[in-house]
Write a protein that binds this ligand. Structure first.
Ligand code: G3H
Ligand code: ZN
Length: 283
């Protein structure tokens, strides 16, 4: 059934685990994430980034309606989340399109500007009953740009600043820069677990890890044990989909029906979701 991100995050926190949030671009992503979560028996967040909306010719509703319909029929709880948004128009559209939460991303701005614009976004989000996540520090690696010193201490989230930011901006969750970077295609990230624990102890709200495709299994488990409550994954799905389609077309050079290779891509994504979900369950 369709549920809210706030509820899934609250439950995950109480159970000392994390909820997985996968970025969706196509209907095949929607179907694959739900199938994978159902096979693993875990709840899941389907998230649509502002970049994905741009890819869909700037229209949120077609993919959102499809995702909401699929979520209602799922056998596990599924929530819809808007990811990395910077425009007010999208924030205003969120609730009506079936989203229960947004991530407002002003992390590229200097601290004071990030705080002021996030606070304004949080007020608008809460007025619509939306749960809101923001980012402090710079995770980096989005939009094809190299991660700007993402592994350097300056780009990472400062625990004292983070506490003041969350209180001042009134957000419900915080995305933190602790060593992961967006769009990694190798699972070689190493996190600063000491910093993560200090953030958990100083920030009152649940913490979110972005760029989680780059984490090896043990780092993912350690991140959740260290205080991460929402784990965002995008690139791993696209790697699975594109790899499976590439292999399918190489093996079937005469293929014409789009369903043949889309099915291969969808199956590979569902397997990826199931595999990552099983990493979070106690062995
Ligand atoms: O917000 C989305 C996530 O941070 C995805 O990151 O594509 O590197 O897994 P990723
Ligand atoms: Zn992200």
């Amino acid at each position: 059934p369709l549920t809210t991100t706030g509820d899934l995050v609250t439950r995950a926190r109480a159970a000392r685990t994390a909820v997985l949030a996968f970025n969706i671009i196509t209907l095949e992503h929607v179907e694959a994430v739900i199938t994978g979560a159902e096979n693993a028996g875990v709840p899941v967040v389907l998230q649509v980034s502002e970049n994905a909306v741009r890819f869909r010719h700037g229209r949120l509703l077609p993919l959102a309606r499809a995702a909401a319909t699929a979520a209602e029929r799922a056998t596990v709880p599924v929530a819809l989340h808007l990811d990395h948004i910077r425009t007010d128009a999208l924030l205003q559209e969120a609730a009506n399109a079936g989203f229960s939460s947004v991530m407002y991303d002003a992390s590229h701005l200097p601290y004071d500007d990030n705080l002021a614009s996030t606070r304004a976004a949080a007020d608008r989000a809460h007025a619509q009953g939306l749960w809101i996540e923001a980012e402090l520090g710079e995770i980096g690696g989005k939009d094809g740009r190299p991660a700007r010193d993402a592994h350097a201490p300056g780009a990472r989230t400062d625990p004292t600043e983070a506490r003041a930011f969350v209180v001042g901006a009134r957000v419900d969750a915080l995305a933190v820069a602790v060593g992961s970077v967006h769009a990694m295609t190798t699972r070689t990230a190493t996190l600063d677990h000491g910093l993560l624990r200090r953030l958990r102890d100083s920030v009152g709200v649940p913490l979110v890890l972005h760029g989680s495709s780059g984490l090896p299994d043990d780092e993912l488990r350690a991140a959740v044990a260290g205080g991460i409550t929402k784990v965002n994954i995008g690139t791993a799905l696209n790697q699975a989909m594109t790899g499976a389609i590439r292999d399918h077309l190489a093996a079937h050079p005469d293929a014409v029906d789009a369903r043949s290779y889309l099915a291969a891509g969808r199956e590979a994504m569902a397997y990826t979701v199931e595999r990552i979900s099983s990493r979070l369950s106690p062995a």
